[in-house]
Design a protein around this ligand. Structure first.
Ligand code: GAR
Length: 229
């Protein structure tokens, strides 16, 4: 990662890449529609033809594309097709929102410094899959989500924002996942993208800057339903 991310045109052009339900997409659409996020979604693209997120995009009148990853035997070939489709939409920012495939490093490098992901854990805790179950197994008192720049190493890129909730003693993995989605994820992504499109947050030579200073500590908002009720 050698370049810099820069403030973008207004409204910023977003491409959203997903594989599944699209609840993060729906939250981004709402943030834009209600004026909380100065951006325009110029393409929603999925590697699954049946992704519910594509239906959400169509209902919202957004341009959509599906490229069936199961039709490709070589990951790099699929990633090239995906990258070409994304580049055709001339995005300022490429947002992974529940995109459940590992990206080749060629893809990551092609969109270096403007490729963003939301991950359902307080990274660096619990990279990879099954984060909610792993947080419970580990006895974590808090669980959360992280929006971060993407680098070739999985879930290891510089964080932009985090937010967290308390884990309840009787939580199941699915209850925890649902509460995290509603209380944290559906607000966090739009806030982090807002940081980027406004130019408040920039990536310079692999380091996150916020408001003109190196971001030593990633903001971690506490959305503790027990403490705040
Ligand atoms: C979200 O919880 C997102 O954080 C997670 O997948 C879910 C997608 O939900 N992403 C990852 O696990 C990426 N490693 P959605 O399709 O309803 O937004």
């Amino acid at each position: 990662m050698t370049g810099s991310s820069a403030p973008t045109q207004s409204p910023a052009r977003l491409v959203v890449v997903l594989s599944g339900r699209g609840r993060n997409l729906a939250a981004l659409i709402e943030a834009i529609d209600t004026g909380r996020l100065d951006a325009r979604i110029v393409l929603v693209v999925s590697n699954r033809l049946d992704a519910r997120g594509l239906r959400i995009a169509r209902l919202a009148g957004l341009p959509c594309a599906a490229i069936d990853s199961s039709a490709f035997s070589v990951r790099e070939d699929f990633d090239r097709a995906l990258a070409a489709r994304i580049e055709g939409a001339a995005p300022d920012w490429v947002l992974l929102a529940g995109y459940m495939r590992i990206l080749s490093s060629a893809f990551v490098q092609r969109f270096a410094d403007r490729l963003i992901n939301i991950h359902p854990s307080l990274l660096p805790r619990h990279p990879g899959l099954h984060t909610h179950a792993r947080a419970l197994e580990a006895g974590d008192a808090r669980h959360g989500a992280t929006v971060h720049f993407v680098i070739p190493e999985l879930d290891a890129g510089p964080p932009i924002r985090q937010a967290s909730i308390a884990v309840r003693p009787d939580d199941t993995a699915s209850e925890l996942a649902e509460r995290l989605m509603v209380r944290v994820e559906q607000r966090l992504y739009a806030k982090a993208v807002g940081d980027l499109v406004s130019g408040r947050v920039q990536l310079r030579e692999g380091v996150v800057w916020r408001d003109g200073r190196i971001q030593e500590h990633c903001p971690n908002e506490d959305h503790d339903p027990i403490a705040s009720s």
